[in-house]
Design a protein around this ligand. Sequence first.
Ligand SMILES: [Zn+2]
Length: 175
Amino acid sequence: MTATIKVRNRDAKSNPHGQKKMARLRGISRHRAYTVAEIAERLHVAKGTVRRWMKAGLEPVDGEKPALISGDTLIAFRQDKRRTKQHCQPHECYCFRCRAPRAPALTMADYVPITPTRGNLVALCEECGTTINKLVPRAKLEALEAILEVSIRPGPIPINDIGSPSLNDHLKTEA
Ligand SMILES: [Zn+2]
């Protein structure tokens, strides 16, 4: 698991547009179906990984034993996964409603320290107003402040404050 994440990160750095990742689906044809073992072999992943994808929504062809997955379904599933892993620009956070990286509304964000060296960047999605956040190293704050108006909060936001409609107000009043 850890190894997979490391590989993904390295890919993302060397190729921010994910072209290398696309190449991993090249062995898969949209016009045929594959067993779990075939998918594992072609995509260079463990069979357990393919079974996990199936639990996570990769649908096998109805009534086939052993399970068969159509190339079409597999490609759609993997591309959807990839979308949820889109990489954010330094000032962007992933918005779970838009399902995309989004910049903070009004270029305003709060930095909530969690440890002396890192904290949570909290803002509102510029598209839909949903609360967005991500962990950022404190060392990156200066660079962020060149793009965003960052208010450094003294401590974690109380749980009942997160995602409440009043978040907008406190961003305005405390900015
Ligand atoms: Zn959004």
